[in-house]
Design a protein around this ligand. Structure first.
Ligand code: SR1
Ligand code: MG
Length: 421
C-alpha cells in the first residue's frame, strides 16, 4: 500500500525531514526555529502548520488509510498526486481560487502549500452564524471557470484526453463517492448511522423504489459522463474564508465527471447549513436572518455560475464541442445561444439530483456534517435533518420539473417550517 520509503510525518520529525527544502527556508525561515502543529480534522489526512521566523506554511500528507475509520480501511497515497494535479489546474483555470502550491513530493504523498490566514473553514463559520461577503458569487465563478475550462468546451482535445486518463487513476477515491454517496444511504449499509429519531423517515426513504432508481441514475451519470475535471468533494468543509475572501481546498477526489456534480454538492451543503440553523440559535428565530442569507448564497451561486459559464461560452469556446465554425461562423449565433440554454438546462437538472443525494448521504451515511452533528439535542437535530432528507428526496425525484433556483430556495423556506418526522 505504501510507496517505497514512505514514512508518516510527526510534528517532531517534520523539521528534520523538510527543513532542507529551500522553499520552506525562504518562506518560513530556518528549521531550527520552526513550531509545528498537526491540525488535521478531516476524514483522511495529516495536516501540519509550520510557523517560523519568516512566515507560515501548510504541509498536507496523505495517510495510507482512512483517518476517520483507521488502518482497517487502506487508502492509496496516490490521492496526494491527484490533489496536487487538481490544485495546479484549478489555479490556472481560476487564478487565486486555491492555496498556492509550493512543493510536491509524490513518494511521501506531501503537498506543501501557502498557509491561509486569517481564514477559517467555512462550515465552522456558518455554524457560528457568520457571513462572508461575495461568497456565492466567488463560488459560482469558481465552478463555472474550473468546470468550463476543464472540459471539451475549452481544452485542446489531446490535452483534455490526457487529463481524462490521468484522473481516471483516482479509482479508490471515486469508489468512496460511488458507495458512500450513491448507494449506502439507500440501504442499511454497515458503516451507516443516523440520529435515532429519524428511524421512521429513514425506513420510508429506503423503501422508496423511485428514489433508489434515481440514485442509481445519478451514480451512472457520475461514473459514465466524464464531462470535466471535478473538484469531487466540494462542500463547506473544503472552503476557507475570511469575512471577505473565499478559497477552495482539498481536491483529492478530483476526477472527470458531470458538471452538475460539484455545483449540486456545493448547494446541498448550503441547504443543510440552512436547515441546521435552528439547532444553533440561542433564542427561537435568532438565526432567521442567517437562514435567509444562506438561501441568498444558494441563489447567487447558481446565478453566478450561469452568468460566468455563459460568458466563457461566448468568449472561450475553443474546444471540440459546439464549435463556432458550426454556429457563429455560419451566421447562426442564435443556435449557439440555444445550445447554451439547453446545456445549462441539463446541468441544472443534474445539479438538483446531485444536491439531493448529497443531502441524504450526509445524514444517513458514514460521513456526516458538523452543521447537524454539533446539535446536542437529538430531538431537535432529528427535526432539522428530517427537513433536509425530505427536500433531498423532492430534488432527486422532481428535478425535471423544478423551474429555477428561486423555486429551490422557496422549497427550503417552506420545508423549514414543516414537520417531516
Ligand atoms: C471515507 S471518506 C468520507 C468522506 O470524507 C471526504 O471528505 C469525502 O466527502 C468522503 O465522502
Ligand atoms: Mg476533504
Amino acid at each position: 500500500m505504501t510507496g517505497q520509503g514512505y514514512v508518516a510525518l510527526t510534528p517532531d520529525s517534520l523539521p528534520g525531514r523538510l527543513g532542507a527544502l529551500s522553499v520552506l527556508r525562504d518562506r518560513v525561515g530556518p528549521a531550527e526555529g520552526w513550531q509545528v502543529r498537526e491540525v488535521g480534522d478531516g476524514n483522511l489526512n495529516l495536516v501540519f502548520i509550520i510557523t517560523g521566523s519568516a512566515g507560515q506554511a501548510v504541509v498536507k500528507q496523505a495517510l495510507p488509510y482512512v483517518r476517520l475509520v483507521g488502518e482497517s480501511w487502506p487508502l492509496p497515497l496516490k490521492r496526494s498526486f491527484f490533489e496536487y494535479n487538481a490544485l495546479i489546474r484549478q489555479e490556472a483555470r481560476d487564478p487565486g481560487s486555491v492555496p498556492a502550491v509550493w512543493h510536491f513530493d509524490e513518494a511521501q504523498a506531501i503537498v506543501v502549500m501557502e498557509f491561509l490566514t486569517p481564514h477559517v473553514i467555512l462550515r465552522q463559520a456558518l455554524i457560528e452564524g457568520r457571513q462572508v461577503e461575495g461568497l456565492g458569487r466567488r463560488l459560482g465563478e469558481f465552478c463555472a471557470r474550473t468546470l468550463f475550462r476543464g472540459s471539451d468546451l475549452a481544452m485542446p482535445a489531446a490535452e483534455r484526453k490526457a487529463d481524462l486518463a490521468l484522473f481516471a487513476g483516482n479509482v479508490e477515491l471515486c469508489d468512496i463517492t460511488e458507495n458512500l454517496v450513491f448507494s449506502d444511504p439507500y440501504f442499511a449499509a454497515p458503516m451507516n448511522r443516523h440520529t435515532p429519531g429519524l428511524d421512521g423517515i429513514v425506513a420510508r426513504l429506503r423503501s422508496d423504489l423511485s428514489l433508489k432508481v434515481a440514485a442509481q441514475h445519478l451514480k451512472m451519470a457520475f461514473t459514465a459522463r466524464a464531462e470535466t475535471m471535478l473538484h469531487g468533494d466540494l462542500h463547506t468543509g473544503s472552503i476557507m474564508v475570511t469575512d471577505t475572501e473565499t478559497r477552495v481546498i482539498d481536491p483529492e477526489f478530483a476526477t472527470y465527471g458531470p458538471m452538475g456534480f460539484d455545483v449540486g454538492m456545493l448547494i446541498a451543503n448550503f441547504l443543510m447549513a440552512h436547515f441546521s440553523q435552528p439547532g444553533h440559535e440561542t433564542a427561537p428565530g435568532a438565526r432567521a436572518g442567517q437562514q435567509e442569507w444562506l438561501l441568498s448564497v444558494v441563489e447567487t451561486i447558481w446565478r453566478s455560475f450561469v452568468a460566468e459559464f455563459s460568458h466563457l461560452w461566448r468568449t472561450e469556446r475553443r474546444g471540440i464541442l459546439y464549435q463556432a465554425s458550426l454556429y457563429e461562423d455560419q451566421g447562426d449565433g442564435l443556435a449557439a445561444e440555444q445550445a447554451l440554454a439547453d446545456l445549462v438546462g441539463r446541468i441544472w437538472v443534474d445539479t438538483l439530483g446531485f444536491c439531493g443525494v448529497e443531502m441524504h448521504r450526509r445524514i444517513l451515511g458514514l460521513a456526516h456534517n458538523a452543521d447537524f452533528e454539533r446539535i446536542a439535542d437529538e430531538g431537535l437535530r432529528a427535526a432539522c435533518e428530517a427537513r433536509a432528507l425530505a427536500m433531498g428526496r423532492q430534488l432527486m425525484l422532481g428535478a425535471g420539473a423544478i423551474r429555477g433556483i428561486g423555486a429551490v430556495t422557496a422549497m427550503a423556506r417552506r420545508m423549514n417550517k414543516e414537520d417531516h418526522l
